[in-house]
Write a protein that binds this ligand. Structure first.
Ligand code: SF4
Length: 484
């Protein structure tokens, strides 16, 4: 069974020499994890990302000084002969967005905290008049940025994240797919009324099911209002290693396979250069699926009369009425390629409906590796939970600890806690909101300091780093959630 490939129609948006949307190839993005004030390190990482194949690179700009330094960084990158367009990532600081628009090709704002100070929970009831007044306030702050971007030929990304919505949106919609979509639409309507269309839109979540559902809802909402803005796809806080790759491939690949998406970022809690080959592998598989020859590469057996599958990873006995699904890959596909291909081929179908059994056949993997990959894809699509899930940010210039080492330590100590979701987030500014539905969180609070969360509640605040992991384990134990 193959999918029908018809790419969602979008208008082109120019970001330096790269064009996103229209009939242009899907662009691959990444983000630096250096300090933006460290010009030398940031320039070196941008060059290294461009060398690895990134089409566009984003940097965090937490203050106007950081945004200003992007100009120096950009100049040095250009002096090195590299034309890769740069994007400023702005949260909680509209003034920095204005400075950034003078210094880079694109500015990303988060509608949840551009005008609104992030969730305060102070006011959770809004009358219709108060709601309208809030929207007018948003408009007054946002239109001058659109005017500046227009005058400088700078594009915008409106980037909504699950877990960082304004009080206004929370009051009406809660932290739901509908709320995330409305959060984007509020800003897009202002863009439309100002005739500013150099906008790319993204809606990200760490939960792949939420992410794909919300992006589809957004497409419907835009179509209903006559909008065709290009889409940036990504699964936030996907973590590292195989989990990060599988979650990203399931989320991004499922949408691309349905013709949705104009630019992508695979977020990994690793060196950002590692993100690029994964993104390219996803695009290669999508390209392959769109061709006739895909029939010979991907063999999917589904339907009630499917052959019984010898390796059953979904359930031990296929329940009445559920189908089996098997994907078969040729021997010349490497293990890394099979990981991405199966994540897309199985993941896209598992997101649509449950199956009674799942099987991967691939000569480049052992039977046990095939079974484990199938279980990981089932976990990413939340069809079967078989291990602890980690929600870890990719790190950026705000990160307060060594993310990779910390995540490894947390994983080592908690891997036995099947069914729990644990967040490991590099900073307090975005971390608590964006770890979304994690049961527990380990969040950078300051240099050498960590805060430990139970859901959204900060239980241990600002504790020294070397006490943080024992305190996290103590909290989980006190909650009775350590295995007997
Ligand atoms: S949560 Fe992580 S990636 Fe997001 S802003 Fe903080 S340190 Fe950067």
């Amino acid at each position: 069974m193959s999918k029908t490939f018809r790419r969602r129609k979008t208008h082109p948006v120019h970001i330096g020499h790269v064009t996103i949307g229209g009939d242009n190839p899907v662009a691959v993005q990444s983000m630096t994890n250096t300090k933006t004030m460290d010009t030398e390190a940031s320039v070196a990482q941008i060059l290294s990302l461009a060398e690895a194949g990134a089409d566009i690179v984003r940097l965090t700009a937490q203050t106007s000084d950081h945004a200003r330094n992007l100009g120096t960084i950009r100049e040095k990158v250009r002096q090195a002969g590299c034309e890769v367009p740069l994007v400023a990532d702005i949260h909680f600081n509209p003034a920095a967005a204005f400075v950034a628009a003078e210094n880079v090709e694109k500015v990303r704002i988060n509608p949840g905290n551009f005008v609104d100070p992030g969730r305060t929970f102070v006011k959770l009831e809004f009358t219709d008049d108060e709601y309208a007044a809030e929207l007018e306030r948003l408009r007054q702050s946002f239109v001058p940025l659109l005017d500046l971007c227009r005058s400088r030929g700078v594009a915008l990304r409106i980037g909504v994240n699950h877990g960082s919505l304004s009080d206004r949106i929370m009051s009406r919609y809660g932290d739901t797919p509908a709320g995330m979509v409305e959060s984007a639409m509020e800003f897009l309507r202002v863009c439309m009324s100002e005739n500013f269309t150099d906008v790319v839109i993204s809606i990200k979540a760490s939960n792949v099911v939420v992410m794909t559902e919300t992006v589809r809802l957004l497409c419907d909402a835009m179509a209903a209002e006559g909008m065709d803005f290009p889409l940036h796809l990504g699964v936030t806080e996907a973590g590292d290693g195989e989990d990060g790759r599988i979650k990203s491939a399931v989320g991004i690949g499922s949408l691309l396979a349905d013709g949705i998406g104009d630019t992508i970022r695979v977020s990994l809690s690793e060196a950002p250069e590692n993100e690029i080959p994964v993104a390219r592998r996803i695009l290669r598989h999508i390209e392959l699926l769109s061709k006739e020859e895909a029939q010979g590469v991907v063999d999917i057996t589904e339907g009630r009369d499917a052959e019984p599958v010898p390796l059953v990873t979904g359930f031990e006995n296929v329940p009445e009425g559920l189908s089996s699904i098997r994907v078969t890959y040729p021997a010349d596909l490497t293990a890394d390629e099979v990981q991405i291909a199966a994540s897309i081929d199985l993941g896209s179908r598992l997101l649509e409906r449950p199956y009674g059994s799942v099987e991967i056949v691939a000569p480049s993997l052992t039977a046990e590796e095939c079974r484990k990959l199938a279980l990981d894809i089932l976990q990413a699509t939340r069809r079967r939970i078989s291990k602890t899930e980690y929600i870890a940010c990719p790190g950026c210039g705000r990160t307060l600890f060594d993310l990779h080492t910390t995540l490894s330590r947390v994983k080592e100590s908690t891997a036995q806690l099947k069914g729990l979701k644990i967040g490991v987030m590099g900073c307090i500014v975005n971390g608590p909101g964006e770890m979304a539905d994690a049961d527990y969180g380990y969040v950078g609070a300051g240099p050498g300091r960590v805060s430990i969360y139970r859901g959204k509640e900060c239980v241990y605040k600002n504790i020294p780093t070397d006490e943080a992991l024992p305190m996290l384990l103590k909290l989980i134990a006190n909650d009775g959630r350590l295995p007997e």
